[in-house]
Ligand binder design. Structure first.
Ligand SMILES: CC(C)=CCC/C(C)=C(\C)COP(=O)(O)OP(=O)(O)O
Length: 377
């Protein structure tokens, strides 16, 4: 799909999106006065009137309630994508498949999802982490042609975790541990991406990412268990899973990439966590909807919300897709309302972070609607 056709994919013009743009264009994390209305993400949401939902970008994906992408800067996306490809070449990640990675355009995802920075190196650091996390899924969980096998999964994830939270081994075992990290491109890239991010993230932000990656790996194990059993989860179980097998490790970097820090206590606040995890589940259901076609062509068992709904509710695939889209929309509306309330009472950093999460949702949908990862088999 051409860049132009991706750019013309229609999207909802939420009032909040305008406010997000205003917040993100602010050099400091401070609320801006919105002409004709009160300030802050929360107060804007209180004024919202019913809006048109975002229109579909991918074949078969219904209209989704989702903000539009805040910006589109193809030159910045291309710069980040090329740097990401060069790095993947150095780490050996996706060796022999780099053209597919180039075409998927993860640089574009970073450019779209993190509009509060135009620094290519910050976007690259986040892109390295994202690509390494995606590769963990492809190499260890999803893609048999890349060596994934349920019986190996636990051992591989355990080792991969040491790439972001190093093992402190007695001296005589250090070389063996180091060799295990170096000989595997997923582990090498996780470590390298994390090191790059540490130029921009403070200790608490890095620890936050470690936690989200650990949770992600638990979810990879959960999916592997279903695969081994040949069992389809219940809808509720799958949705709980998609909260942890989600884009949260990417969304958690919104402030580090943007050049500010949401204090650990605010990130950990139960109401903030509820809002942010609701958003990340929604973002991941966008992936489910756009990746259905790719997963239909897979030789192994694939899990996505429409498949799980169709199995449990005995409805047609089309109806399952519609029901999945409505669940997505409910989650986005929940985030919107809860983020609004939190932003109205929260710190400037929290307001900016929540605006960044909202922007991430828009960039994520825009990327999924155009990436060749989901538009070619
Ligand atoms: C970037 C990141 C945190 C990825 C980890 C989780 C992940 C791979 C997804 C949320 C995407 O889900 P899925 O396994 O369905 O991925 P693809 O559809 O194969 O891109």
């Amino acid at each position: 799909m051409s860049l132009l056709s991706r750019m013309t994919a229609p999207a909802a013009r939420h009032e909040v999106a305008g406010l997000v743009a205003a917040l993100l264009s602010s050099p400091a994390p401070v609320a801006r006065t919105v002409p004709g209305g009160p300030t802050g993400l929360g107060t804007s949401a209180a004024r919202l009137t019913p809006r048109r939902p975002a229109a579909a970008g991918g074949a078969g994906v219904p209209e989704l309630y989702c903000p539009p992408a805040v910006r589109d800067d193809p030159a910045l996306a291309a710069e980040v994508n090329e740097a990401l490809l060069a790095w993947a070449g150095e780490t050996g990640l996706y060796a022999g498949r780099l053209e597919r990675v180039r075409a998927a355009d993860f640089g574009r995802l970073m450019m779209l999802a993190h509009p509060d920075t135009d620094d290519p190196d910050r976007l690259l650091a986040a892109g390295k982490c994202a690509l390494a996390e995606w590769a963990t899924d492809d190499y260890y969980c999803d893609d048999e042609s890349m060596g994934s096998a349920p019986v190996l999964l636990g051992a591989q994830l355990g080792l991969a975790y040491t790439a972001v939270d190093p093992s402190h081994l007695p001296a005589r075992y250090v070389p063996a541990g180091e060799k295990a990290l170096r000989e595997d491109p997923v582990r090498t890239s996780l470590r390298s991406g994390f090191a790059h991010l540490s130029r921009y993230a403070d200790a608490a932000q890095l620890n936050r990412l470690r936690h989200e990656i650990a949770v992600l790996f638990v979810a990879y194990g959960q999916e592997g268990s279903w695969r081994s059993q040949g069992r389809m989860p219940a809808v509720w179980e799958y949705l709980a899973h998609r909260q942890i097998n989600s884009f949260l490790p990417c969304i958690a970097l919104v402030d580090a990439v943007g050049g500010y820090a949401l204090p650990a206590a605010e990130y950990a606040d139960a109401r903030v966590r509820r809002a942010v995890t609701t958003a990340s589940t929604a973002a991941t259901l966008v992936n489910d909807l756009y990746s259905m076609a790719k997963e239909d062509h897979s030789s192994g068992v694939e899990f996505n919300l429409p498949a799980v709904i169709a199995a449990e509710e005995r409805c047609s695939p089309r109806e399952a897709v519609e029901r999945s889209a409505r669940i997505h929309d409910e989650l986005v509306r929940t985030f919107e309302a809860e983020a609004a309330a939190l932003a109205a009472a929260g710190s400037p950093a929290l307001r900016r972070f929540l605006a960044g999460v909202w922007a991430w949702l828009g960039g994520n949908r825009e990327w999924h609607s155009g990436s060749s990862r989901y538009t070619t088999s």
